[in-house]
Design a binder for this molecule. Structure first.
Ligand SMILES: [Zn+2]
Length: 383
């Protein structure tokens, strides 16, 4: 039994030597090239996979003849699958023709990649996917490829994290040639995949208000099977802020004041009012109240407030969708006249009113409005 097995193995070994000889001879006569030899140097190396990826990313060009040579899986066209095939071949996961390596000694050498400990864990894809490019590279003997450009695309950098009602919106610089990005969040000290996108931003719905998260982004191939860029290992840390809550809206004459709770970390707030179901900007402020003069004497308004960065260029929180409804109605004739200097209020008929400076006159429409704004009754007309 063992003898028979050895015999078979010997035959297989002999056969493979013969086949190799044929291939070498053919190559020596310039008849055929190894499948996937995209740079025509006679060898299939990681440079060929890189070349294919660069051409697919339109960073490089290739003649139809070279494209044919680069078609490692011989399916008639050069695709990312050919780069994948080469990477799998170099990792000794398969032969160039895609078959399983028959030599039991040709097993994958388990060399720990340099950055494995800091690699986003979402990178370890199901088994049908190839290993990350750097894993492939690290299994190469140093003599084979001493200096290889590790990735074809530059590393994306996150520029900001915006707050929204759907979660944290991670925004990064678009990388030239990138078709798709993979976004990660660090949870329990490990990078977790959030998802893939072709846009240069992604919403992380798992972000809790007021909690700092660290994010990073990598370029991936269109089919998501290969990393085409490195990533910022330090990541970008930010939190979405708590949604501001309006605590009160008051009016004095036609001046309306909106007040809300201070939100930790908020540099600025934007106040909105609703018109026909959509929110319009009323104004920005660094304080926790906002006063404006209403154009009408009767109105029912709905207000909401949202946090912003200091330059007021993007939102750092979500907002209350229902907002705060405030109804006010100002009669044509005020019930009382207040003095903004003395903070006394009078009946309009009081003699003191006739002596008041015009700029100190405040029209008050109810006793409650007068008292709640800090006015006290006049001792002469006793309103
Ligand atoms: Zn008076």
């Amino acid at each position: 039994m063992i003898k028979r097995y050895i015999t078979i193995m010997l035959w297989i070994a002999l056969l493979s030597v013969l086949l190799l000889g044929v291939a070498v001879c053919a190559e020596a006569h310039g008849v055929t090239r190894p499948l996937g030899d995209a740079d025509l140097d006679g060898n299939v190396t990681i440079l060929d996979a890189t070349r294919i990826q660069r051409v697919l990313a339109e960073l490089d060009e290739m003649t139809p003849a070279v494209r044919a040579a680069a078609d490692a899986d011989r399916d008639g066209e050069m695709t990312v699958m050919d780069a994948t095939r080469i990477q799998r071949y170099l990792s000794e996961l398969c032969n160039l023709d895609g078959s399983t390596p028959f030599d039991p000694h040709r097993v994958v050498e388990t060399v720990t990649p340099i950055e494995t400990s800091t690699l986003p864990t979402g990178l370890s894809e199901p088994s049908e996917n190839p290993p990350a490019s750097e894993t492939v590279l690290s299994t190469q003997a140093p003599s084979v490829q001493p200096t290889v450009q590790r990735f074809t695309l530059s590393t994306p950098h996150i520029t900001r994290v915006e707050g929204s009602n759907n979660g944290a919106v991670i925004v990064w610089n678009a990388v030239k040639g990138a078709e798709k990005y993979r976004v990660f969040v660090k949870l329990n000290s490990k990078w977790q995949k959030i998802g893939d996108t072709s846009a240069a931003k992604m919403t992380y719905s798992g972000a809790k208000q007021g909690t700092v998260y660290t994010y990073t982004v990598r370029c991936v191939s269109a089919d998501g099977s290969n990393f085409l860029s490195d990533y910022d290992a330090k990541g970008f840390s930010a939190s979405i802020l708590e949604t501001p809550v309006i605590s009160s809206v008051t009016s004095l004459d036609r001046k309306i004041t909106i007040r809300w709770n201070a939100v930790p970390g908020a540099a600025k707030y934007r106040v909105f009012y609703q018109v026909n179901g959509s929110w319009k900007k009323l104004g920005d402020t660094a304080s926790t109240s906002f006063t404006y003069t209403h154009s009408d004497s009767d109105a029912r308004e709905r207000y909401t407030v949202r946090c912003m960065n200091a330059a007021a260029t993007y939102f750092t929180s979500g907002y209350s969708v229902s907002g705060y409804v405030f109804t006010f109605s100002i009669p044509k004739e005020p019930a009382y006249i207040g003095n903004s200097s003395t903070h006394k209020f009078h009946y309009p008929s009081c003699n003191d009113v006739k002596k008041m400076n015009l700029e100190n006159i405040v029209r008050l429409y109810s006793r409650n409005e007068a008292v709640s704004n800090g006015y006290t009754p006049c001792g002469h007309c006793n309103p």
